[in-house]
Design a protein around this ligand. Sequence first.
Ligand SMILES: C[S@@+](CC[C@H](N)C(=O)[O-])C[C@H]1O[C@@H](n2cnc3c(N)ncnc32)[C@H](O)[C@@H]1O
Length: 274
Amino acid sequence: MTGARMPALVLDEADFCLCRDWLRAAAGVELPPSRKPFVAGRLARRVAELGLAGFGPYLHRLREDPAEHARALDLLLSHETRFFRDPGPLLWLRDRLRARVVRAAPARVWSAGCSTGQEAYSIAMVLDDALGPAGWEVLGSDLSLRVLQRAREAAYDLPACSELPPAWFQRYARIGHGEQAGRFRMVPTLVSRVRFEPLNLIGPWPALGRFDAIFLCNVLCHLTADVRRSLVPRLLGCLGPGGALVLGAAETLPEPLPPLMRAVPSVYVLRPGG
Ligand SMILES: C[S@@+](CC[C@H](N)C(=O)[O-])C[C@H]1O[C@@H](n2cnc3c(N)ncnc32)[C@H](O)[C@@H]1O
């Protein structure tokens, strides 16, 4: 270190627009002008790490280099999440599944845009509580391979345990020792029933089957208006009869309104025949 300061990189309007268009095409995510300082801050460090002359050469590189494409997505997308972020829909799901008298097939729930897995494991705890250790499965998906890797590890820093009701922490988590000191891990019986797969919500999807509920929480609000409008009907096509779409607490359904009825706040159920 010489102590010499690097001149601050300036993200000009043209480069911001290139970046916005790239993110729209790569993930369907909107970058409003108010996010320009955030984009500049996030990418400036990476531009410096790579020793590039500015944002222009970096934007060229991320279009050519798949690893840098993935890295830039990680830098620019919000991965904020926590256990039981919005308990209302989870409790609604538990009560609904408990009330089912005849269950022909395992209950299936999809956490779409699952980030590091806390939402998928919260759903898994609720399903285990409602149905016991079998008879259900959870799919978590995200376009970021880095967050999926962390989700599969199922290990979290101890402060996150305060997000779980104490009785559930005791039942579904184990405190780490040795190299895992300061962390906790979800119990294997839960982890074995939660599958994490890479999936870009704006790309083609593999055959996923039908779900009893799809959690699309705190994802829609980041997407462009066009993507919001086209994504919701695609998701409804993956719901079984009476299936539910769950949004984040501050999110609303896009217009034109799909054939759904609001069951409780943030939970929308397919209308019969819808
Ligand atoms: C704010 S987090 C929400 C996590 C969790 N659903 C929750 O509510 O706590 C949004 C997640 O959506 C993912 N995401 C954004 N655009 C996506 C896309 N086009 N396809 C798949 N995942 C996407 C991001 O990578 C991120 O992990």
